[in-house]
Design a protein around this ligand. Structure first.
Ligand SMILES: Cc1cc2nc3c(=O)[nH]c(=O)nc-3n(C[C@H](O)[C@H](O)[C@H](O)COP(=O)(O)OP(=O)(O)OC[C@H]3O[C@@H](n4cnc5c(N)ncnc54)[C@H](O)[C@@H]3O)c2cc1C
Length: 400
């Protein structure tokens, strides 16, 4: 069943779907189907294809290259992207630093960085979290001291995803240690090639290197690379973290996983019959699909409320989307694990980033299933953990 899109929205959906069917390079699509990681060059190639079509930065203001789509069209685009399946352009560039610069950057920063961010000539990473400053981000201790027309930065960042690919980092630093903790924070743009920046890999439980520790030792950052005013960084960071809630539930990601589980379950034999015929398996699929439908309807309700009453602040009810969306992404990853069964025991982290030639009729399709199941654990931690989201819901929605 389709949600009640208008005829124009359905036509838009078909246009997006047709574009993905022809423009997405088949080897990249295959890697996405198999749940393999997309390399840096592949990501850049795909973003440039989107950029040529004018679709790399849908949520940006039109004067800076946005599409001007309403929230429903933005949602449709994201869902179609996930179900193609195509790589999602990196969020640090498209959803975080781009919109932040549009809102708070200087003219010079906008003119220099925005076109480079949109085409991924500059890859940004996010230097916010630190040891002891994750959920309680305002406790961050990395310090910056003004020295002429530079800040001198010392400290450590943690979990800095894709820092090993990045050209730049948007960084939160403490510039006023005496002020209340939210008030002494400044937002800087750091060239990753600056002397004193070192990046050390963290290999996660899936065997993959995505995230890092980052050490900053007397790194000099020009004052011209400060975003907005000194000591106002917390406000900009809050804006950034609240931006782009429309696709937060990632229904498309879960739908794609369920569709893939169904396809594979038609081939996998259990007790002499294809697994798809097993009543218990069918029940599990139905449970996830019903919850996904409920989540999609909730997402659409929030989108239409936001369209009726636009606001700069994210609706606290979007925490429901984050909690439920991450749980369903994890449930769908677990469903795939169930399909793979014993084959998933053949754990090959190398294959996750590897060749896109796995054969669905052989067992090598199963090599990514366990690593992706483990990787899916992080979705309930990042972007504000589910416990933090429940606190928000308790306070602001339930009034507890
Ligand atoms: C794979 C991965 C990639 C990441 N990438 C980046 C990145 O690129 N850039 C970046 O800056 N950060 C990144 N992060 C960091 C992420 O934002 C933090 O891990 C997250 O904010 C949680 O912080 P923490 O790890 O310090 O855990 P903590 O805040 O120490 O939390 C530990 C546990 O306690 C719970 N908890 C904490 N406070 C409360 C409370 N008040 N009430 C109830 N429960 C609470 C949490 O929910 C969690 O279960 C990444 C993390 C992961 C796992």
């Amino acid at each position: 069943m389709d949600l009640r899109y208008t005829d124009e929205e359905l036509a838009f959906r078909d246009e997006v779907r047709a574009f993905f069917a022809t423009a997405l390079p088949p080897e990249i699509r295959r890697k996405c189907e198999l749940g393999q990681r997309i390399g840096k060059d592949e990501m850049k190639r795909w973003v440039r294809i989107l950029h040529e079509r004018g679709w790399a930065t849908p949520s940006w203001a039109p004067e800076w290259g946005g599409t001007g789509w309403d929230p429903v069209r933005q949602y449709i685009f994201k869902e179609e992207l996930a179900m193609a399946p195509a790589p999602e352009p990196i969020s640090f560039n498209m959803n975080m630093i781009g919109p932040t610069l549009i809102a708070f950057g200087s003219e010079a920063q906008k003119r220099h960085f925005l076109p480079r961010i949109a085409r991924m000539e500059d890859w940004f990473c996010q230097g916010f979290s630190e040891p002891g400053a994750g959920s309680d981000l305002a406790a961050l201790r990395t310090g910056a001291v003004l020295d002429g027309d530079h800040y001198v930065v010392n400290g450590q960042k943690l979990w800095t995803s894709t820092a090993h690919h990045a050209d730049w980092c948007f960084l939160l630093v403490r510039t006023d240690p005496a002020a209340k903790k939210q008030q002494g924070i400044t937002y800087l743009l750091m060239d990753m090639r600056s002397p004193g920046v070192s990046v050390r890999p963290i290999v996660t439980i899936d065997g993959h290197h995505e995230t890092n520790e980052m050490f900053l030792d007397n790194v000099r950052i020009p004052v011209a690379n400060r975003v907005g005013e000194e000591n106002k960084g917390w406000d900009y960071a809050k804006y950034l973290l609240g931006h782009e809630r429309s696709g937060i539930a990632r229904v498309g990601v879960s739908k794609f996983r369920v569709r893939r589980a169904r396809q594979l379950a038609a081939k996998v034999m259990q007790g002499g019959r294809p697994l798809i015929e097993d009543a218990r398996f069918q029940e599990r699929v139905a449970e996830i699909e019903i919850e996904l439908k409920a989540l999609e309807i909730t997402q659409m309700r929030l989108i239409s409320e936001t369209a009726r009453r636009p606001s700069d602040k994210p609706d606290p009810k979007s925490s429901i989307l984050k909690v439920k969306g991450s749980q369903l992404q994890q449930a769908a990853a677990e469903l795939l694990l169930e399909v793979a069964g014993l084959h998933a025991l053949e754990f090959d982290p190398g294959f996750v980033g590897g060749r896109p030639d796995a054969d669905d009729d052989a067992d090598d399709w199963a090599l990514t299933i366990a690593p992706n199941h483990y990787w899916a654990r992080h979705v309930s931690i990042v972007g504000g953990s589910n416990e933090i989201q429940r606190n928000i819901l308790a306070k602001t929605v339930l009034g507890l």
